[in-house]
Every structure is written in structure tokens, then in C-alpha cells.
Design a protein around this ligand. Sequence first.
Ligand SMILES: *Cc1c(COP(=O)(O)O)cnc(C)c1O
Length: 344
Amino acid sequence: MNIIELDSFPRVRLGHTPTPIDAAPNLSESLGVEVHVKRDDCTGLAFGGNKVRQLEFYLGAAKAANADTVLITGAVQSNFVRLAAAGARQLGMDIHIQLEDRVPGKDATYKASGNVLLDRLLGATIHYFPEGENEAAADANLHRLAEGLEAEGRRPYVIHLGIDYPPIGGLGYVVAAVEMANQMKASRLKLDGVVIPSGSGLTHAGFLVGLRALGLDLPVYGICVRRGTDLQHPRIVRRAGEIAALIGRNGLIDASDVIVRDDVLAPGYGRLNDATLSAMSRGASLEALMLDPVYSAKTLAGLIHLVEQGQVPQGARLGFIHTGGTPALFGYETALTEYFSPRA
Ligand SMILES: *Cc1c(COP(=O)(O)O)cnc(C)c1O
């Protein structure tokens, strides 16, 4: 199976793909559903994760534009900025990252370890932005930085966060859906649904578009990690529409086909709750899956919630897209050590 329109976009190869689909027998047994883990935490580049696939298109566009410097914005423990730095370095480009103050009340470890440590090691120039909930302002500040670099004779390329720019990173998850569909066909694996994180939404929307473009109609459960369903549903509908249009398939996605669930989001982006910590613990102790507190553990918590609420029947076969985020574990060291240390 293939979507030939994907070939018309500039792309660089950064990831180790196809990533495996692993059975998770212990977790499956404990939940009463069959879980199959798509290991996008193993995309290879600098600790891997889903953004490697997105960056193949962004950095492909940067190369096509003959850029020599990449700019990107994200949360302090952003995996996206870490991987943008890694990809830019591999391609011989400079990298400026802007870290937004998005998660309240974090300690020195959050601000210096995990992804931030790797950003420094990769030699990224780090800028700080005091707001965390204003995507348009964060993008506008990136543009100011880019103009300054241009004035110095650099050729900057900006990777935008906001919804008003084309979602080309979503093409990376159209690719992932094609890849997974081919693996499923080869191994005769039939899934009843796929569970995937829904943040900026490019992973979720891209994957949904990819499946539907191939004519596969299994449900895709987007687990909210950033905003509640009231904001996330229209966002995914819009992004999926835009990604479908990029591959020449206007009207492919109907709003009723977009599923987002925010049952495990509270108290908000990048903040822990019992369901997330418990999912992180189950993933590690049952399957040696390293799930991060911001995205992948919350997503497994969302899967567990769907099962426990009976919204996915016992015995169902579910795909779980493990999007990585491993380094963020160390940014959350203080809280995690407290939770996982046995009490006297
Ligand atoms: C960014 C990220 C997500 C969410 O992906 P979006 O495309 O922003 O929705 C999920 N998991 C990890 C580990 C991430 O870094």
C-alpha cells in the first residue's frame, strides 16, 4: 500500500524506520485486551520519538529552501525542539530553540536535565519565552529572532507551532500509517482500533488521514495531552482536513470520524496525575516500556480508561502508538522519584 502524493514533498531521511510493532502479552493479559505497540520511541535519532517523522518533512523543506539555520519553539522539556536540534545538526545546520514557560511550578531538574541537557549538548542556541499558552505570540517571537539572524546574513527556516501554518509535519504520520498498514498486512494483524496522543495534533491527524486514504476504517482514539476535547476536536478536524488536502484528498475526513478523549488530561499539559503515573508504572513493570509523563504515559492511561469504561470491549485488539519522550523522564526526576520510591 502506498500514497504516491507523499513523494512530491521535500523530505530528508532521519529516522530508523520501519519501527517494529511489538506484542505486549503481560500488559494485554492484565487489561483483557490485546495491545500491540508501534515503537515510534525507537525512531533512532537522538533518543527517538514521533517528531523524527515530522521533522523529515520540515527539515526537507528547510533544505529545499537552502536554509542554514533552523528556529523552533516548544515547552522547556519539549522533545520536538531536542529532535529539531538533532536533525539540524545531522544536516549541518545551526539551531535556535525557544523554550516557553508552559508548565507551572517546576524545579531546577525540569529546567536543566532531560531534553534541556540534550539541547545544550547538541549546541543549540537557547532563547526563553515567558508565555506558554500563546502559540501565535511564540511564533511571532520566533519571527523576530529569524529577522535578526537574517540581518546577520543567515538563511533561517522557522518551524511553526501555531495552527495558521501548513501542517507539513503531519505528513510524517501519513507515512507512519502507510508503514503500519503494510506491517499489519504482512503479519495478518487486524486491529479493532488505534490509540494515539493528541497534542499539536499532527501525529493524530496525520495518522487518521493516512489510514483513511488507504481505505482503512478502524477507529483512531486521540488522547488529549494538551487541551480538552472542546478545543481539540475542532483542531483535529481542521488539521486532518488540511493534511488530506496536502495529499490531494479534499473532504476525506468527516468531523464525526474524529475521536478525542480528555479523561486523563487534568490538571493539564505536562502535569502528572495518578492515572498517568500508574500507566507509566504498568508499562515499565509489565513490558519494560519507558513511557514519558507528558505524552506516552498519559496516552496509555487513556487506553486503560477506554478499556475500564467498557468503550473498548474485552478481547479487542488495540494498536498503541508509543511516541517516545524518553528524555523527559529525567526532567521529571523529582516527582517520579517521590512516587516510585517505596515508603517506609
Ligand atoms: C509532541 C509529542 C506528542 C504529540 O504529538 P503532536 O503531533 O504534537 O500531537 C506525543 N508524544 C511525544 C513523546 C511528543 O514529543
